[in-house]
Design a protein around this ligand. Structure first.
Ligand SMILES: [Zn+2]
Ligand SMILES: [Zn+2]
Length: 632
């Protein structure tokens, strides 16, 4: 809808006594500034009526001239909220007439049916935004929230510009196509361009962290055929490096538009990208492809979207993110292009099966013609044992190692598998009090877990309840943080320990450091619980290599003996196995007209595409990088 029509509709609906001073698009919402908030609250359904009329989120703010002075408002707010809420911070953002209140028990700031929020707004004029404080301290969250509150003037200007760009009349495009730019017939640098006559949107933009070879690590952005400046939007499915690791590069080379993702994805993204910069230098000995400055730029341009929210990202494209069940905040992306011209779903990484942390991936979409589906475990032999057996097997391997007074190394992604495995170990320890083995977490796992505690609503109800009632599974006394303790002390003696450390594929990071310390001893065990890329060190060891090359501190390659026990515990993957992928497809409503397989090794994407075609009796194919499909 054009902005002029939006203003017209809103002026029609708003009672004169509210005193509207300005109607302004801001990012995905439309902001209505008014003088009299009491008058607005007289009609309780007004906000809904406004949103329905313009098909957009509407934010009501009090005109800056009518706000209570900050010091006075702060006192007023502190008086209104009970001590029990555990307020951590109150930040005023005058540019947006907003006050951000961070509290441990955010429900107590909101009040029944939002009653307290209303009271804060009517008494002070400031529009309260409630943020949940993590139950464990998180440097990332502090940083993200600070950047969002400072530099508000610049942020506002950016959001208004984006809002204006989106609120244009809907053009109709003669053609729609997608171009595979990375992560097709491979796992790593996921990236896909959706292009129409009038829009250019990038979905995911990852790096393959298992290799330092630029020809294999980065997506084919050089083949875009236009400059990065011309991109309208970037959508990120979830916070794994193979889906978002390359985004700061876009900002380093001229992109200035928005990144859309869920709130947890934004935080995890910033955390892992910063870690990647350090990893490049330390583990690969190469200069990182972008700097911290570029990550900050990205953060300032990130617009978060919750699950199931329909938003306009260009004048002709509506986007909705749905739960993908893979990691915290992970999403499948639904795009509605033109006035019903085409609907596509890009699954991202999906788990359609049981995990302790998340509900299975969503399978109901409003409309669907083309489905892009991940096929990490789409090969015909990719069938895993059930979850119950998986947990038993994992615990068997661990107890056998502990009996020999050996230690266990579990290389994991900092986000996803580490929290899932922590929950398994924590539950086992609760049920078996005699199991008294310390669980060390290293690298970014602590920080990633802390971010989880700020978003309980993104997890299964059981975990949610525990976090909200101060019994967070991530804060079990058995879990120890390896920071400040010598790694040799942890694994050197004959005191058994379980170590969870990134990276998940032993491509650098603390897991590789532990491996160097533990590999020679037969009593120790290495357990793989996640995907090992075919170019990774983890893959070689998993395949049975007894001697692997390692780069020493002096830059020379040495050989390392692997004498420790090596096991793979299946069934913990955040990805669906072949049967779960097939079940996902059978459960899709509506069924797609066409299926494209991606995010899997070459033979798996092809094999999976063939099987899907036979099962659904629809067009089904595996696309390769640089291939494109015309959707209209
Ligand atoms: Zn992933
Ligand atoms: Zn992935």
């Amino acid at each position: 809808m054009h902005h002029k029509d939006i203003v017209k509709k809103i002026t029609e609906l708003m009672p004169a006594e509210c005193g509207v001073t300005k109607v302004e698009p801001e990012g995905l919402a439309v902001v209505v500034y008014i003088k009299n908030i009491d008058a607005f609250y007289k009609n309780t359904s007004l906000i809904k009526e406004l949103a329905n009329a313009i098909k957009k989120k509407v934010l009501i703010r009090v005109d800056p001239k009518n706000l209570m002075p900050i010091e006075e408002a702060k006192k007023e707010i502190e008086g209104l909220i009970s001590q029990e809420a555990g307020i951590k911070k109150i930040m005023f953002v005058p540019e947006m007439s907003e006050v951000r209140i961070e509290a441990i028990k955010s429900g107590l700031v909101i009040g029944k049916g939002g009653s307290l929020l209303k009271e804060i707004m009517t008494k002070t004029g400031w529009a309260p935004i409630v943020l949940r404080a993590p139950t464990m301290p998180s440097v990332t969250l502090d940083g993200v929230r600070k950047i969002n509150a400072t530099g508000a003037e610049e942020r506002k200007k950016f959001l208004v510009d984006i809002g204006k760009k989106i609120c244009q009349p809907t053009p109709s495009s003669d053609w729609i196509r997608t171009v595979a730019l990375g992560g097709f017939k491979e796992v790593g640098r996921s990236c896909m361009l959706l292009q129409t006559q009038h829009s250019k949107v990038l979905i995911d933009c990852g790096v393959n962290t298992a290799t330092s070879d630029p020809a294999k690590a980065y997506p084919y952005l050089n083949m875009l055929g236009f400059s990065l400046k011309e991109l309208d939007a970037v959508v990120i499915s979830h916070g794994h490096m193979d889906h978002m690791g390359f985004v700061p590069y876009l900002y380093a080379y001229g992109y200035e538009g928005p990144v859309y993702c869920t709130p947890p994805t934004r935080d995890i993204m910033v955390l892992l990208q910063q870690d990647y910069i350090n990893l490049c230098k330390k583990s690969f000995g190469v200069e990182p492809i972008y700097s911290k400055k570029d990550i900050q730029k990205e953060l300032k341009k990130t617009i978060t979207v919750d699950y199931n929210e329909v938003v306009d990202i260009t004048p002709e494209i509506k986007m909705t993110l749905y739960n993908a069940g893979h990691i915290i905040g992970s999403a499948s992306v639904h795009l509605h292009i033109g006035e019903g011209a085409h609907n596509l779903v890009y699954t991202g990484d999906i788990k359609f099966g049981f995990t302790k942390l998340f509900e299975p991936a969503n399978t109901k979409f409003p409309r669907l013609e083309t489905l892009y589906i991940e096929s990490t475990y789409g090969g015909r032999n990719d069938l895993t044992i059930n979850r119950f057996e998986s947990e038993n097997r994992l615990m068997d391997i661990i107890t056998q190692t502990v009996e020999k007074r050996g230690s266990v190394l579990i290389p994991v992604f900092a986000v996803g598998r580490s929290q899932e495995i922590l929950l398994v170990l924590e539950e086992y320890a609760r049920k078996h009090p005699e199991f008294n083995v310390p669980i060390y977490i290293d690298g970014m796992i602590l920080e990633a877990s802390a971010i989880h505690t700020a978003y309980p609503e993104y997890m299964r109800e059981q975990v949610q309840r525990r976090i909200l009632s101060d019994r967070s599974p991530f804060e079990s006394p058995l879990i120890k943080v390896a920071k400040g303790i010598d790694r040799e002390t942890i694994v050197g003696g004959d005191q058994p320990a379980i170590i969870l450390a990134p990276s998940g594929m032993l491509a650098g990071g603390p897991s590789l450091e532990y491996l160097k310390l533990m590999a020679s001893e037969e009593k120790n065990t290495l357990i793989f619980v996640g995907y090992q890329s075919s170019v990774s060190l983890g893959h070689k060891i998993q395949r049975g290599a007894k001697e692997v090359p390692l780069m020493g501190d002096d830059g020379r390659t040495k050989m390392m003996d692997i004498n420790m026990r090596v096991e793979t515990a299946e069934g913990f993957s955040g990805h669906s196995d072949r049967a779960q992928l097939m079940a996902y497809l059978r459960n899709l409503r509506p069924g797609p007209e066409r299926v494209v397989t991606m995010h899997g090794d070459l033979n798996k994407t092809e094999d999976f595409a063939r099987s899907v075609g036979m099962m659904l009796r629809k067009e089904s194919r595996a696309l390769a990088d640089l291939e494109s499909i015309r959707l209209r």
